[in-house]
Design a protein around this ligand. Sequence first.
Ligand SMILES: *[C@@H]1O[C@H](CO)[C@@H](O)[C@H](O)[C@H]1NC(C)=O
Ligand SMILES: *[C@@H]1O[C@H](CO)[C@@H](O)[C@H](O)[C@H]1NC(C)=O
Ligand SMILES: *[C@@H]1O[C@H](CO)[C@@H](O)[C@H](O)[C@H]1NC(C)=O
Length: 477
Amino acid sequence: MVALVRYHQVSRGTSLFVMFNKLSLLAFTLCALSAHGQLVGTYETETHPSLSWQRCTRSGCQNVSGSIVLDSNWRWVHSKSGYTNCYTGNTWDKTLCPDNKSCATNCALEGASYSSTYGITTSGNALTLKFIQPNSNGKNIGSRVYLMASESKYQMFKLLNQEITFDVDVSKLPCGLNGAVYFSAMDEDGGMSRFSTNKAGAKYGTGYCDSQCPRDIKFINGEGNAEGWEPSSNDSNAGNGGYGTCCNEMDIWEANLISTAYTPHPCEGTQSSRCSGSACGGQNNRYGSICDPDGCDFNSFRMGDKSFYGPGLTVNTNSKFTIVTQFLTDTGTSSGTLKEIRRLYVQNGRVIQNSKVSIPGMAAHDSITTQFCNEAKAAFGDRDSFGQHGGMGGISKSMTAGMVFVLSIWDDHTANMLWLDSNYPTDADPNKPGIARGTCPTSSGVPAEVESSAANAQVVYSNIKFGDIGSTYSGTA
Ligand SMILES: *[C@@H]1O[C@H](CO)[C@@H](O)[C@H](O)[C@H]1NC(C)=O
Ligand SMILES: *[C@@H]1O[C@H](CO)[C@@H](O)[C@H](O)[C@H]1NC(C)=O
Ligand SMILES: *[C@@H]1O[C@H](CO)[C@@H](O)[C@H](O)[C@H]1NC(C)=O
């Protein structure tokens, strides 16, 4: 039997069950909504928490006053002129959402109380995402936010011949959790101009897509994903609709205290694109979408260096450190094609070179290149869906067009995050190259367990800098 390689189930929208206390909402003015389409609610003003970051060139860095927005999937979605939930737990209201289109005309996305409902706070250049936030409706689990350029536009990053750097504190992020930072090829306006029935847009965090072509997204292309929605059997906050939404994804950072990986996932095309049913890939048809669900991952532990990343190791995850990721092109300019993705770390003023691959059949690579990917797929016996979907050149197209910066924290109802931090597949010989990815037990990461045992987990991202190669960090060798 061929064991499924099932890593990189990225950022499922573990959604909040929000049933607001009606009395507390009577204080808000109820405005009549005349627009038709995926609407916005008026009970809670949407105020984006500010987050400053820096844009750098070789002559120095400048502050940019940005902000973040919560993804729409986490928001209260209710009848356009009342308090009735359109979506509760993991099911749609059959009256408000009898079909996809009327779901969008009947339902409104509400503003978010970032700190008290979702456990999302910012201070200066730092963003803290709590894993669990108790609130008046029960609790919120995980979150996903995007960096904004303005009230209604995401900040777009053109990555070629540039580097992105930030500090992270994963010391409170145990086995089974993932503090993820990545770029997705979402629309700058959240899809408002391409899909006229989307009246909410980036201001309300719409338009998410990734290389797993997620089907747990409640609104896609300005329509509800209500028809054919199946509640998850093991996640009381999620389900899968008939549609999914695919796009190029560059995972800069998928990590916890024990393991880390960075991974490009190319798709055909540059923009987000809606898929239907098994053409979204997933459960029984993993490789059936236009995207590469596996990616070409560089996880130091999986690549043979077991003493590089972790508590007390070369990159000591007990305290804060800096991650630098560089996107080098064949021409050395932003008009070239992506040829190499390099990683550096900085901790306590010292620049730490990435670990080197130590796997039979592979050269001692310390970065992601086509050659690294080819050798890894061969050495591990993995299917090369990365190459089949365009490889480095495939994801390069979206990097030219611009991508949205995503920051999240999540647990994994599909594979307990074992693809990141344990032996996976769990029934394979852990001595076989590619199976061991970290020291977490194969029994770890069960969502019901981590949601109670790691209720105080959180991740802090800070000091985000973007710019010319070599301009965003310093340190001694
Ligand atoms: C940039 O912002 C940081 C806080 O995020 C602040 O400490 C620093 O003084 C600012 N620099 C400039 C040049 O405004
Ligand atoms: C609604 O979406 C489902 C997939 O979720 C699709 O099969 C169906 O055709 C859509 N219905 C309409 C009326 O567009
Ligand atoms: C949870 O259910 C989904 C299907 O809804 C399934 O794919 C997944 O394997 C299940 N996860 C676990 C850990 O059993």
